[in-house]
Structures are given as C-alpha cells and as structure tokens.
Design a protein around this ligand. Sequence first.
Ligand code: BTN
Length: 238
Amino acid sequence: MKYREIHFEEIGSTNDYLRDNYSSLDNFTIASADYQSHGKGRNSRVWKGNPKENLAFSILIKNKDLVTYGGLFSLSSSVGVSKIIEKYLPNKKIEIKWPNDVYINDKKVCGILLEGNLPNYLVIGIGININQKDFIGEYRKTPTSLFLESRVEFDIDEFKKELFDELINSVSLTETKIKNQLDYFESHNYLKNKIVDFLYDKNRYQGKVVGVDNSFNLLIDIGEKVLSVSSGEIELIH
Ligand code: BTN
C-alpha cells in the first residue's frame, strides 16, 4: 500500500500540519517529526517527548471509507501499533486501552489522537515512546518506552518503516479486516471486566466494562442496563 512521508525536524504538531493542509495533500500522507513543540494529547492535554528519541506522526485519511467506517479508524490504528510492538516485544503484555492507548504492563507507551472533519478528512496522530529513558514531570498515566521495557536501544527508522506499512494496511479497511481487528482488540482489551468511572451526558457513572460492539463502542454494564458509548460521548475518569 502506498503512502508519502513528509518529515520535519521540528514542527508545532503533525496533527495541525495535516489539518491545515489537508485539501492539497493526498490520502495516506504521513507527517512525522523529530520534535513537536506543541504536541497535543486527548482532552486538550499536551503530548511531550524528547527530540529524536520517540515517534510522533500523523496519517491523513481522505477517502470514501471515512463515511462507511468513521469510528473504526480508532480501532484499526491502535491494533496496528499494538501488533508491531508485540512483534518487537513478544514476551511483554501489550494491551489496548479503549479507545486507542497502547499499554505495556500497565504503563502507557502510545497515545493516539484522532481529529477531523468528516466526511472531508481525518487525521490519526500517533505518539510512541521509543528510546526515551526518563519521563520528568507530571503524567496522568505512568509512561513507559520500548527501551524501558526491553533495555534495548531501538533503530527508530527501521521500526518506523515496519510500523507505517502495518498501519497503512490496517487502516485500508475491509469487513474481514474489521472483524479480525475486533477479535484482536477483544484479546488485548485493557479495560475488560474493570470497573470504570466516567462522564456521560453530563452525569457521572460507574460500571463494569464488558467489551465493545461492532462499531467499536464501549459496552459498560451500569447495573440496570448496558450502555453502548462512543469515544466522543464519554470521558473515562481515573
Ligand atoms: C493522548 O494519548 O492523549 C494522545 C496523544 C497523541 C500524540 C500524537 S504525537 C503525533 C500527533 N501530533 C500531535 O500533536 N498529537 C499526536
């Protein structure tokens, strides 16, 4: 599958770059950077990373699949990242925290931020901690990196090439692929059977995560019923 990479030594945010230029760029353009001065996380948080030690990139989706598959790009991108990490660290417990964080042994190694204006475009922004050795400051979730989990220094370019191929394949959606990705997610579901606190419809709830449905909505048993919620509708608290 074909993609084109545009690489920056430094940029504000690769997500913002694709958002600002999407009309003149092709489907599957990937913007990557050695360093982002204003990296963005979910829920208006910041995404930080030492220069040249990690991967920060965004993939532009601008095809008809956006209308058909909308919310499933979240599933496809996290599964793609998780599979490659699992390939490099076969003995580690790799899990996906719905909707799209990747965890190793309970610590966050990858965050994904999807932004867009459907049906015009979608930007899938992915940050993976690769060789960073220390994380100074406050983090909502304990961070880790591939180095910290393996004590092996990674060749970022080699890892990146393999990852980009996997991701472009993952987000080139078909019904069969989606079924396989849902099965993969189910067996790597970090929240499965966990009790979660969350905000939904301006109210605070607590419930037990029982799985996801075919649209990748999270299914939460709140006692009197099972809620099916999309990532835009709820905010998990913890
Ligand atoms: C999160 O876990 O909160 C999501 C983090 C997403 C970070 C990536 S790094 C590349 C892309 N550009 C950004 O500004 N953010 C995403």
